[in-house]
Design a protein around this ligand. Structure first.
Ligand code: SF4
Length: 410
């Protein structure tokens, strides 16, 4: 294990809104990435207003966490005036880095005097060290490699560059070449390269013979369904040490559109893995981490982008959901067993919830029984409705920033 890389390496967590950012930070992110209300590749995420940006940067700085601002949309000619106006609005904020795809955007940011580090998005499909050199000369300090880069290629590139290398470690993949895809624009009018993919690769398709309109035939790929274009989700946790040795500086977790629970738990797991990489504890904790990552909604995981179809036992990519996100502790009650809980799903008096927590010395989960539920007026109720705030009395003390989940089928 390269001690130098282990110390420098960071976990980049998705921050789809301010609450997700707060929990990503509390659960161990070294850096968070988020977009403003324009020119980032997730126009449907709960993007950050100027006020949100300012408060979030302050919050991250107070916790020693770096901020990466996304300006990674591809610009059409007519987008340039609006991009200039937007850059004027945001250039005062002290981001640590700005993530860019389009070289035109880089020029606009430099012209406006933005002095943050520039990171090149995976959308530019960088797969060799000469491309890295080109981007360094353009002004970038870090490149997110194309997701097509194998571990061996990462090693070779790292040996021939002094730039920082970031890789995607966890989350959804695209069947298209690092997301360069026209399918969504063609079928739905929503442009993946402007951050508005409708994910038609995951739709359900049928076969129809031209002279028999309306007579749809199922395309049966395997026993559990058909997902011809839908790729599995990436999970590199068991190879983290190898990627560190290869010279990777940053591991990105995908998922700004996913839940707060997703952001927090993946961050917690990868944070812990990074902190014990190179020690005997890594193999010892791996089963726990894999189990935790299995309790986040996901497609079947893969650590291999290239040999999917060489696997004769391929069983498709039905969605895996083994636990529900029930809510999180937003504030304290009258004593340590009481918590103000922001609910995400219905919670019933008497049931058991599983809590997860930020890492303090150890990484752990715990079971809590719901003893009583009080609504905003202080009335005892049997059930807490979703997306509301309740005081819940548990059978034991509840840690700060606890997140609650429930196993499906229990
Ligand atoms: S349609 Fe599918 S493959 Fe294409 S960009 Fe969207 S998620 Fe990726």
């Amino acid at each position: 294990m390269s001690e130098k890389n282990q110390k420098k390496a960071e976990i980049l967590a998705p921050a789809g809104n301010r609450e997700k950012l707060r929990f990503a930070v509390k659960y161990g992110a070294d850096a968070v990435y988020f977009g403003g209300d324009e020119f980032n590749l997730r126009v449907r995420a709960g993007n950050f207003s100027p006020g949100d940006i300012e408060e979030s940067i302050d919050f991250c700085r107070s916790h020693g966490v770096r901020t990466v601002f996304l300006m990674n949309a591809f610009l059409h000619e007519d987008d340039l005036p609006a991009a200039r106006v937007y850059i004027e609005r945001i250039k005062k904020y002290p981001f640590d880095a700005v993530m860019v795809s389009d070289p035109g955007m880089l020029l606009l940011l430099k012209e406006a005097g933005v002095t943050a580090e520039f990171h090149l998005s995976t959308q530019m499909n960088t797969l060799n060290h000469l491309s890295m050199r080109f981007w360094r000369e353009a002004g970038f300090s870090r490149v997110v490699l194309g997701r097509e880069a194998t571990l061996d290629e990462v090693r070779k590139i790292s040996a021939r560059t002094d730039m920082e290398i970031e890789v995607f470690a966890h989350g959804a993949l695209c069947v298209a070449y690092s997301g360069r895809c026209l399918l969504s624009r063609y079928l739905s009018g929503r442009d993946a390269n402007q951050g508005d993919c409708a994910q038609p690769c995951r739709w359900d398709y049928k076969l129809v013979e031209m002279k028999r309109p309306g007579n749809y035939l199922d395309i049966i790929e395997h026993a559990s369904g058909t997902e011809i274009l839908s790729s599995k989700d990436l999970c590199l946790i068991q190879h983290l040490e190898e990627y560190l040795d290869a010279g990777v500086h940053a591991f990105k977790i995908e998922g700004r559109m996913k839940s707060l629970y997703h952001a927090a738990n993946t961050t917690r797991v990868y944070r812990h893995a990074l902190s014990v990489a190179g020690t005997d504890d890594f193999r010892k904790h791996l089963p726990f981490w894999l189990n935790e990552l299995d309790l986040i909604s996901h497609r079947p995981y893969t650590d291999n982008l290239f040999n999917e179809f060489g696997n004769a036992a391929f069983e498709g990519v039905p969605y895996v959901k083994k636990a529900m996100f029930m809510g999180y502790k937003e504030g304290t009650g009258d004593d340590a067993r009481q918590a103000l809980v922001r609910t995400s799903n219905p919670i019933y008096r008497g049931e058991n919830l599983e809590g997860i927590f930020p890492i303090h010395d150890v990484i752990r989960d715990d079971i809590f029984q719901v003893m009583a539920i009080r609504d905003a007026e202080g009335n005892d109720v049997d059930m807490a409705r979703p997306n509301s705030l309740y005081t819940i009395v548990f059978d034991k003390d509840v840690d700060e920033d606890a997140i609650f989940r429930k196993r499906i089928g229990q």
